[in-house]
Design a protein around this ligand. Structure first.
Ligand SMILES: [Zn+2]
Length: 337
């Protein structure tokens, strides 16, 4: 029996020493209920009273030795598995982060925001209006009756005979005047539409910014003062403005307004085509008919209005010579702003 126990111990230790040892299998084989060691212990009844405690102690020692070895190997295997898992999940918190690629504003949006900032700083508020507009607000309320020639230069897209895509931001003025009694001091930026073919200076969709001021005693002097301040803030402190007589149906008198060239300072250069002046907007005193159409008494109130093309300002500011670049959304172009 001693020899049997010694043999079991030796075999078990050899089996456990193999790197491919299946610990659970060996535990069952040697220590399980039907295992080899249990079989030896069952046979102890046949032993003499003197031998029994000696063999019993020896069997317990062999059992303890095998158990200890299996537990050691099991815990070592567990540690190795954990190490491998940790290595696989290793996170280096000192690796520099990937930069987040944030977008930025389109040049038209940049110019619009700059214009809005300037006028907000001068006490104007921003008003929005519908792009799908009634003929009445786009034309008739603004002193442009159905057969007026000004409709030819502002040919737009019609939804019905009576509803169209607005050809200018001016209908917002009419809507504000209808609802609000003076004082009024607003700007209205937004998209407008004309049935024009696309070329370097035309697009069927473009952007305008319109301004309107109405109160008691507003004069042409106020208009010049407002535009002079705007021009200096937009194009630089040395900028001067110049009024040239013009005709718009909704203002009287009307003027086209130039700024002194902000590249050459008025000496003449490529940007101003040698003129020294650059046309940037149209303006004038609101026509009494327009005030009357919108429920404001022209005997009590007067006001001025002005309008400019946001594309035109963007082209001038960034020295872009083709308007189409603003709409093609070529990322190589847009990245430059
Ligand atoms: Zn110039």
């Amino acid at each position: 029996m001693r020899e049997t126990l010694e043999k079991i111990r030796k075999e078990a230790m050899e089996a456990l020493a193999s790197p491919s040892a299946e610990l659970e299998e060996l535990r069952i084989r040697y220590l399980g209920k039907k295992g080899e060691l249990t079989a030896v212990l069952r046979g102890m009844g046949k032993l003499s009273a003197e031998e029994r405690p000696v063999i019993g102690q020896m069997a317990n020692e062999v059992r303890a030795e095998i158990e200890k070895k299996i537990d050691e190997l099991a815990s070592a295997a567990k540690g190795k598995a954990m190490e491998a898992k940790l290595a696989a999940e290793k996170l280096d918190v000192t690796v520099p982060g990937e930069p987040i690629r944030a977008g930025h504003f389109h040049p038209l949006a940049l110019v619009q925001r700059q214009l809005e900032d300037i006028f907000l700083g001068m006490g104007y508020s921003i008003v929005d209006g519908p792009e799908v507009e009634y003929d009445y607000y786009n034309f008739q309320a603004l002193n442009i009756p159905p057969d007026h020639p000004a409709r030819d230069t502002q040919d737009t897209f019609y939804i019905t005979d009576n509803i169209l895509l607005r050809s200018q931001t001016s209908p917002v003025q009419a809507r504000v005047m209808e609802k609000t009694q003076p004082p009024i001091k607003i700007i209205s930026p937004g998209r407008v539409y004309r049935s024009d073919a696309v070329d370097a200076t035309h697009s069927p969709l473009f952007h305008q910014l319109e301004g309107l001021v109405i109160d008691r005693g507003i004069t042409m002097g106020d208009l010049k003062g407002a535009l002079d301040m705007f021009a200096k803030r937009m194009f630089g402190e040395k900028t001067e403005i110049r009024f040239r007589p013009h005709h718009f149906p909704f203002t009287e008198p009307s003027a086209e307004v130039d700024v002194s060239c902000f590249v050459c300072g008025g000496k003449g250069c490529r940007l101003c085509k040698g003129e020294g002046w650059i046309e940037i907007l149209g303006a004038g005193m609101v026509h009494p008919n327009v005030l009357r159409n919108c429920g404001i008494d022209p005997e009590v109130y007067s006001g001025f209005a002005f309008g400019l093309g946001i594309e035109r300002i963007a082209l001038l500011k960034y020295h872009i010579d083709d308007m189409r670049l603003l709409y093609e959304n070529d990322i190589r172009f847009l990245n430059q702003f």
